[in-house]
Design a protein around this ligand. Structure first.
Ligand SMILES: [Zn+2]
Length: 457
C-alpha cells in the first residue's frame, strides 16, 4: 500500500510538472543577469531554443519534466561566451608570421598569403577549424570579418554556433571580389540570403577607414541600414592609423567616420585603442559597440584600450580574439578575460581596475550589449536563447574556489569547458564536438599548412 501511494504521488507530481526538453544542473549557476545571481546547486530548464526557467535545482526539478538532462555537480554553468571580433578562416594561417609590426605583417605576409591561398574551400575549412576551437572553449557567439562570408555562414551553421558575420569590403582586389563595388553587391546578396536565419546575423564589414574610400564607407553604411543589419569595422587600432588620419584629415579616425555618417546606426567596432575623450563622446552618443582584443593589441604592440574609462562611460565593450594568424594566436576567450583584467591593472597602476566580475561580464552580457543582442543572449534568464556552457571544476587549478568570478577570470581555461549548448542544441558534450568531424578538420589544417608554406617560398 505504501509503495503504491508513493507511486501515485510521483505520477501526480509528473503530471503537474511542465514538459521541457532539457534540465541542466551544476554546482554553481552564474546567471550574469542584472542581479548577478550565483545559484549554488542551480539548474536551468530549456524548451526548444529558449531558457524557460533558472533557479535552485530542487525547485526546477519539481516544476519541470525534462526529456533529457545533464547534471554536472563538479562544474560551473554560465552563459555561452561571446567573441566580439575575429577572422575565423585565418585559423589556417595560425602563427604564419609573428613578431612584426601590423603594417609589415599585413603587407609582407598576410595580404600575399591571402592572395595566393584564400578561396572558398580555404574559408570553409578555416572556419570549421575556428568553430571547432571556439566551441570547445565555450564560445557560442562570434563576430567575424572575412571573405566568402556566405561560406563562413554555412560552416558556422554546420558547427551549430551563432555568428554576427560581416562580408568584408576592402579597397583592393580581394580573394572573393575584385572591387569594392562588387563586394558591396555581394554583401547585399549575403544580407538577403541570411536575413531571417536563427543563428546568423549577416553584416557589412568595411575593413577600416584606411583601406576604403569615403564613398565605399558611406555606401557600406547605407547598405547595412537598408537591411537593418550591423556594420562591423576595425577602428583606432594603431597609432599609425590615428596619426595618418590626423595628418590627412585633421580628424581622428572616429571623428572622420562620424563626419561621414558611418557611425550613425548599428555598429560594432574592433579595438578602440587610440580613442580620445572627444572620440568616446561620439561613440557613446552613437551607441557604437566596441570589441577589446588584449592579446592582439599586446602582440602587435598596438597599445592599450582605455577599457576602464570606456566601461565607466557606459559604452558596451566585449572581448575578441582577433585573427589567429599572428595576432593572438588562439581563440580562447577565457585567456582574453584574464589578460584584459591584468592589462588594465598594470597600465593604470591600480589593482582594483577591471575586477574579475566585470572582466567576465565583458565575455558575456557586455559582449552581448556591444553586439546589441542583449535581449537575446549574454545571460541566463527566462526567455533568453539557450546558449549555455559548463566549465569543469574537477582540475587541480580549479580548487579550492573561494570566489566564482575570480576562478572564471583568472584560474580556469577554455579547455575546462565540458559542454556547450547553442540555441537549445547540444553541440559539445564531455569535450567532444558533436557537430563537426574533428579529426577530418585537423587533417585538413595539416594539408593547408603544407600548401601555405609552399606559397610563401
Ligand atoms: Zn581584426
Amino acid at each position: 500500500m505504501r509503495h503504491s501511494s508513493k507511486l501515485l504521488f510521483w505520477v501526480a507530481m509528473a503530471a503537474q510538472a511542465a514538459p521541457v526538453d532539457w534540465i541542466w544542473s551544476a554546482r554553481y549557476v552564474v546567471a550574469m543577469d542584472a542581479r548577478r545571481q550565483v545559484i549554488e546547486n542551480g539548474a536551468v530548464a530549456i524548451r526548444g531554443n529558449q531558457i524557460v526557467d533558472v533557479g535552485p535545482r530542487d525547485g526546477i526539478d519539481k516544476a519541470y519534466q525534462p526529456k533529457q538532462r545533464l547534471d554536472r555537480p563538479d562544474a560551473i554553468l554560465t552563459p555561452g561566451l561571446i567573441n566580439t571580433h575575429t577572422h575565423a578562416a585565418m585559423s589556417l594561417f595560425r602563427g604564419v608570421a609573428d613578431d612584426l609590426r601590423l603594417q609589415e605583417w599585413l603587407e609582407k605576409f598576410i595580404f600575399p598569403a591571402e592572395a595566393r591561398n584564400v578561396d572558398q574551400e580555404f574559408v570553409r575549412w578555416g572556419t570549421r577549424l575556428a568553430c571547432l576551437e571556439m566551441a570547445l572553449s565555450g564560445i557560442t557567439t562570434y563576430t567575424d570579418m572575412y571573405y566568402f562570408e556566405d561560406t563562413v555562414a554555412a560552416a558556422t551553421k554546420e558547427a551549430g554556433l551563432r555568428g554576427m558575420l560581416g562580408q568584408t569590403i576592402i579597397g583592393f582586389p580581394a580573394p572573393d571580389y575584385k572591387t569594392p563595388q562588387a563586394a558591396l553587391a555581394g554583401a547585399e546578396r549575403f544580407l538577403k540570403a541570411f536575413a531571417n536565419d536563427p543563428l546568423i546575423v549577416p553584416a557589412v564589414a568595411p575593413h577600416a577607414i584606411y583601406t576604403n574610400s569615403d564613398e565605399t564607407l558611406k555606401a557600406a553604411r547605407a547598405l547595412a541600414d537598408r537591411y537593418r543589419k550591423p556594420l562591423v569595422i576595425h577602428l583606432a587600432e594603431t597609432k599609425t592609423e590615428n596619426d595618418d588620419s590626423l595628418a590627412k584629415r585633421k580628424m581622428t579616425p572616429t571623428a572622420a567616420l562620424d563626419a561621414m555618417g558611418v557611425l550613425s546606426g548599428w555598429t560594432v567596432a574592433a579595438h578602440g585603442v587610440w580613442l580620445n575623450d572627444a572620440d568616446l563622446k561620439i561613440i557613446k552618443a552613437r551607441g557604437t559597440g566596441l570589441s577589446h582584443n588584449p592579446s592582439s593589441n599586446m602582440k602587435l604592440a598596438s597599445g592599450v584600450a582605455p577599457v576602464v574609462k570606456i566601461l565607466g562611460l557606459g559604452i558596451p565593450m566585449g572581448l575578441g580574439t582577433d585573427g589567429v594568424a599572428g595576432s593572438n594566436n588562439d581563440h580562447d576567450i577565457m585567456r582574453e578575460i584574464d589578460l584584459a583584467a591584468k592589462l588594465q591593472k598594470v597600465t593604470t597602476g591600480d589593482p582594483r581596475a577591471l575586477p574579475a566580475e566585470q572582466a567576465f561580464a565583458m565575455a558575456t552580457i557586455l559582449g552581448a550589449r556591444a553586439l546589441r543582442m542583449e535581449t537575446l543572449i549574454g545571460s541566463i534568464q527566462k526567455g533568453k536563447l539557450a546558449d549555455i556552457i559548463t566549465i569543469s571544476l574537477n582540475e587541480p587549478h580549479a580548487v579550492p574556489m573561494y570566489n566564482v568570478y575570480s576562478q572564471l577570470a583568472h584560474a580556469l581555461h577554455g579547455s575546462d569547458v565540458a559542454d556547450v549548448m547553442v540555441n537549445g542544441r547540444l553541440i559539445v558534450r564531455d569535450r567532444k564536438m558533436l557537430t563537426l568531424d574533428a579529426p577530418a578538420v585537423m587533417a585538413k589544417a595539416a594539408e593547408y599548412q603544407e600548401r601555405v608554406k609552399k606559397s610563401l617560398r
